[in-house]
Design a binder for this molecule. Structure first.
Ligand code: MF3
Ligand code: CO
Ligand code: CO
Length: 255
């Protein structure tokens, strides 16, 4: 399958889906407090997506995923399954939201700290956010996916953290994970050349320790092999005539 180029009408639907996904993160923020379970966060998001947004939580039943959002705590890298775990002071958690509205997907995630920021996690969270922004800010027609990956990897490693290689960003549209794969490491001037009308995610996973990961027996939750903390942020991006548009941007951000 070739990389899909979205029409003006499809882009308008992607904007709507992106905005809805971003609004789930805004809605859930005040609930991310010590004492809440990740299951409860899932249930609040599920109810909001289905009943307030009249949208579909894309993760639910996706290749058998059993919940509507992903919650990845501390050394969990991605695809954490909401459950009985109670968030406690000092935890950090990535909440990853993907919704479908009028057939189109919006995919975005954010790091939250529980009980205020903590020095040990805050630097990792900030560097990971900056890595995502550096990747996004290069986007325009004519650059390559290798350019994006290289800039993210260089920045992360300069800061003595590591980039997870087994999971990556992706094209997105009518399909949750479309071509191309968007690696967060690589060589400049290599790989797919971006074109106006492509939509893709940038979602670097950055470990405080080594880059290696392990899959838990639940077959979903990815954790760092060395048990070091891991952070991730994600946005859905449109390639425009001369740059990019962040389809999942929140009011607190300027990218
Ligand atoms: N939202 C994730 C991504 O950014 C994918 C989650 S797939 C699931 O691509 F099945 F784990 F939900
Ligand atoms: Co994604
Ligand atoms: Co996601």
């Amino acid at each position: 399958m070739a990389i899909s180029i979205k029409s003006a009408e499809e882009i308008e639907l992607m904007r709507i889906a992106g905005k809805l996904a971003s609004e789930v993160l805004l809605m859930i923020e005040p609930h991310v407090q010590a004492g809440i379970s990740t299951q409860k966060l899932n249930d609040i998001c599920h109810d909001y997506i289905v009943n307030s947004q009249d949208a579909i939580p894309a993760p639910l039943n996706y290749h058998g995923f059993p919940r509507s959002i992903c919650t990845s705590v501390n050394h969990q890298v991605c695809h954490g399954i909401p459950g009985d775990r109670i968030l406690k002071h000092g935890d950090m958690v990535n909440i990853d939201i993907t919704i479908i509205k009028d057939e189109f997907h919006g995919d975005t995630s954010k790091m939250f700290t529980v009980g205020g920021p903590h020095a040990k996690s805050q630097r990792l969270i900030d560097i990971t956010y900056q890595a995502m922004v550096i990747g996004i800010q290069q986007i325009k027609p004519g650059i390559t996916l290798g350019d994006i990956g290289h800039s993210i990897q260089t920045f992360v490693e300069k800061n003595n953290f590591s980039v997870v290689r087994e999971y990556c960003g992706h094209g997105i549209g009518r399909v949750f994970h479309e071509e191309p794969q968007v690696l967060h490491y690589g060589k400049p001037n290599s790989g797919v050349v971006l074109e106006e009308g492509m939509t893709l995610t940038i979602e670097p996973m950055v470990n405080a320790g080594k880059r290696h990961v392990r899959l838990l027996p639940d077959q979903w939750t990815v954790v760092t092999k060395d048990h070091s903390l891991s952070a991730q942020w994600e946005h859905t991006i449109l390639v425009t005539t001369d740059g990019f548009e962040v389809l999942t941007l929140r009011p607190e951000e300027s990218i």
